[in-house]
Design a protein around this ligand. Structure first.
Ligand code: FES
Ligand SMILES: [Fe+2]
Length: 390
C-alpha cells in the first residue's frame, strides 16, 4: 500500500515511514511524496543538508582565463565571486563586501582590484582589503583584519566547484569513479562558447530526475530529438549516469550533420555514445563525442529553479575558421531539447500541487531517476538506510 493522501499541516514530512517505499528496489518502489517538490520545509532541509554540504558547480576555469578575470556566480549558498589572481590561481570569495555587505561585482569582466560599488572599500585579487576610505577614526580598525571571506574551491579538469562545508570530503573523493570513467574526454582542453539561463516554475529535482531518464524522449521530444534508449551506468561516489549509445554525436538533431571531429583521446564507451551524468546534487555533464554541455539546476524556491547551461567544445574545434556557422545545429538542438524539458517540468510541478496526489511507480527505464530519489533520501531522511550520505 502506498502512503495515503496527507497534507504537510498534519504530517511529519521527514518521518522515515513515508520513504520506505522509495527505498525498495526500483520495480517495487514508489516515487518521492509530492511534498518533496512543494513544501518549503523540505526545500529548507535540502538547502542545509544537500547544497550547503555538497560540491556546487560554479563555472569553468576557461571563463576566468586571464589574471584579473572575474565572474560572479549565484549559488544555493549565496553569491560567490570567482577571481583569477596574478599568480594564475583561481579563488572564490563570498560576494559580499566586509563593510555593509554589498555585492562587489556582477556579471564578468577583468579588473586590477575589486572596488565595492557602495563606499569604495577596495580589495586586491587575493581578497586582501587594501583601501577603506574614511575608516581612520574607527576604533581598532585594521584593514588586515577584513579580507574577503574565502569560499572553499576545487577544480577538476577545468570544472570549478565550491563547497560551504569544511567537513565535506575533497572534490575528487566526492566524485568517486567519475574522474576515471570520464577521464578520456580531455575536459581540460574545453572552452565555453555559450551560456544560456532559464527561469523555470518547478522544483529543481524534477529537472534533475528528467535528465536521468530517456523514457520521456519519445513523447516530450517526439518532434525534435526523437526516442532515445538509455542504460544506467554503474557508479561509485556522489554521481549517477545514463549512457545512450549512438555512433554519431547526439548534440545535433536527428537528420542534421555534426560537422565537428570527435575528441581524439576518447577511450572505450566514450567513443560509442553519450554519458548523461548527474553530479549530485544538481549538475549534469552531457558528454558526447564532439562536445559537452553542462546544466546546473539552481534552486531558488520549492517551486522555482534557475537553470544555467554552458556549452563547450575542444579548443581546436572552437578555433575553426567557420565555427560560428558550423556550431548552429548544436545550439539549435540544445535550445529545442532544453525548452521541451523545461516545459514538461512546469507541467509536472502544476500536477504535483493536486491535494489528491499520491506517490507513483517507476518503470524499468527510470532506474537512474530512482537512484537520484534515493540519494536525496540518503541526505534528507534519517532512516538509517543511507548508502551515499555526504
Ligand atoms: S558596503 Fe562595501 S564599501 Fe560599504
Ligand atoms: Fe529531455
Amino acid at each position: 500500500m502506498l502512503a495515503p493522501v496527507m497534507t504537510t499541516k498534519t504530517t511529519d514530512i521527514f518521518d522515515p515511514a513515508h520513504y520506505a517505499a522509495v527505498r525498495r528496489p526500483v520495480l517495487e518502489a514508489a516515487t518521492l511524496p509530492a511534498w518533496c517538490y512543494t513544501a518549503p520545509a523540505f526545500f529548507e532541509r535540502e538547502r542545509e543538508r544537500v547544497f550547503l554540504k555538497g560540491w556546487n558547480f560554479v563555472g569553468r576555469a576557461d571563463e576566468v582565463a586571464d589574471a584579473g578575470a572575474y565572474r560572479a556566480a549565484e549559488t544555493p549558498g549565496g553569491p560567490v565571486l570567482l577571481v583569477r589572481g596574478k599568480d594564475d590561481e583561481v579563488r572564490a570569495f563570498a560576494n559580499t563586501c566586509r563593510h555593509r555587505g554589498a555585492r562587489l561585482a556582477t556579471g564578468s569582466g577583468t579588473c586590477r582590484r575589486l572596488v565595492c560599488p557602495y563606499h569604495a572599500w577596495t580589495y586586491d585579487l587575493t581578497g586582501r582589503l587594501i583601501g577603506a576610505p574614511g575608516m581612520d577614526a574607527t576604533a581598532g580598525f585594521d584593514t588586515a583584519d577584513w579580507p574577503l571571506t574565502a569560499v572553499r574551491l576545487e577544480a577538476w579538469q577545468g570544472f570549478l566547484f565550491v563547497c560551504f562545508s569544511e567537513a565535506t570530503p575533497p572534490l575528487t573523493d566526492y566524485l568517486g569513479d567519475l574522474t576515471e570513467q570520464l577521464g578520456s574526454y580531455s575536459f581540460d582542453d574545453l572552452v565555453t562558447t555559450r551560456r544560456v539561463d532559464y527561469d523555470i516554475p518547478c522544483n529543481w529535482k524534477l529537472l534533475a530526475e528528467n535528465a536521468m531518464e530517456a523514457y520521456h524522449t519519445g513523447t516530450v521530444h517526439s518532434a525534435s530529438l526523437g526516442r532515445q534508449v538509455g542504460e544506467q551506468v554503474r557508479t561509485s561516489g556522489h554521481w549517477d549516469a545514463l549512457f545512450i549509445a549512438q555512433e554519431t554525436s547526439i548534440a545535433v538533431l536527428p537528420g542534421e550533420a555534426a560537422p565537428f571531429p570527435h575528441i581524439p583521446t576518447l577511450q572505450g564507451r566514450a567513443r560509442e555514445g553519450t554519458f548523461f551524468t548527474m553530479l549530485h546534487p544538481n549538475t549534469q555533464l552531457a558528454c558526447t563525442q564532439d562536445a559537452l554541455w553542462w546544466s546546473t539546476f539552481r534552486p531558488v524556491a520549492a517551486d522555482r529553479t534557475i537553470l544555467h547551461v554552458g556549452q563547450c567544445f575542444p579548443r581546436a574545434t572552437a578555433a575553426r575558421p567557420n565555427f560560428a556557422a558550423e556550431v548552429e545545429p548544436y545550439y539549435r538542438r540544445w535550445d529545442k531539447g532544453i525548452e521541451e524539458d523545461n516545459a514538461i517540468g512546469a507541467e509536472q510541478q502544476a500536477g504535483l500541487m493536486s491535494a489528491l496526489r499520491t506517490p507513483g511507480r517507476f518503470s524499468e527505464r527510470e532506474t537512474a531517476t530512482h537512484s537520484l530519489a534515493n540519494w536525496i533520501a540518503d541526505q534528507v531522511i534519517d532512516d538509517g538506510l543511507a548508502t551515499r550520505r555526504i
